[in-house]
Design a protein around this ligand. Structure first.
Ligand SMILES: [Zn+2]
Ligand SMILES: [Zn+2]
Length: 212
């Protein structure tokens, strides 16, 4: 298994509430801050692990010259918009090789595909293709904020995604604060599914501002 897999496997619930945030947006997608401002904030907050996961783009990493800054480790990341059957979802990729050509080809061709919801939801990317591409780029794929998935039988859906190679599920996520209205499942339920299916459990605040 990869180094990123081992690292993610060793992070615990308390890490995600104290010193790890693996879901952060910058102004290269629909976030407010520049990557350098995010990194500065992460250092101020004594975080140990962060990942910038912009929608469909790796551009923020052009501004992260160093992925190890003292105590802070930056795990490469991305968040792809995609569809699985009639479900629109977000899949995170961690520890990806930023120079992998098929991965780069899967990214947005213009900035609006990273920034505008209306454009992003009209993507033709399919979840199995996203999972496979992340894997081939040396990365780990994680279903983002599954509590927001518009699917009654989420266990069946996650089981099917696992059959395509999905590695993990985002569980430690501020579901109450974010997307309070669009919430179909509880954290407890998603965590139990992840444990039963032996999937990695990750977390992050999905911050689009300075609330790292
Ligand atoms: Zn998302
Ligand atoms: Zn996000």
């Amino acid at each position: 298994m990869s180094q990123t897999f081992d690292l993610l496997k060793n992070l615990t619930e308390s890490d995600y509430y104290k010193n790890a945030n693996l879901h952060i947006h910058t102004n290269f997608s629909d976030g407010k801050l520049h990557p350098s401002e995010i990194i500065e904030l992460a250092i101020q907050k004594n975080l140990k692990y962060i990942s910038i996961t912009d929608h469909n783009t790796l551009k923020a990493y052009n501004h992260c010259n160093n992925l190890e800054l003292g105590e802070l480790k930056i795990i490469t990341g991305v968040e792809f918009d995609c569809w699985y059957k009639s479900n629109f979802m977000h899949i995170l990729g961690y520890g990806i090789d930023l120079n992998n050509e098929p991965l780069k080809n899967l990214c947005a061709k213009n900035p609006n595909e990273s920034k505008l919801d209306i454009i992003r939801i009209s993507t033709t990317r399919k979840a199995p293709e996203v999972i496979k591409t992340i894997k081939n780029a040396g990365g780990i794929s994680v279903l983002a904020h599954p509590c927001c998935c518009w699917n009654i039988n989420i266990k069946k859906m996650i089981t099917e995604l696992k059959s395509f190679g999905l590695d993990g599920v985002e569980v430690y996520y501020p579901y109450i604060r974010h997307r309070a209205v669009i919430k179909f499942h509880t954290i407890k339920k998603v965590k139990a599914i992840a444990e039963e299916l032996n999937l990695l459990i990750t977390g992050g605040t999905d911050c689009h501002n300075d609330d790292l």
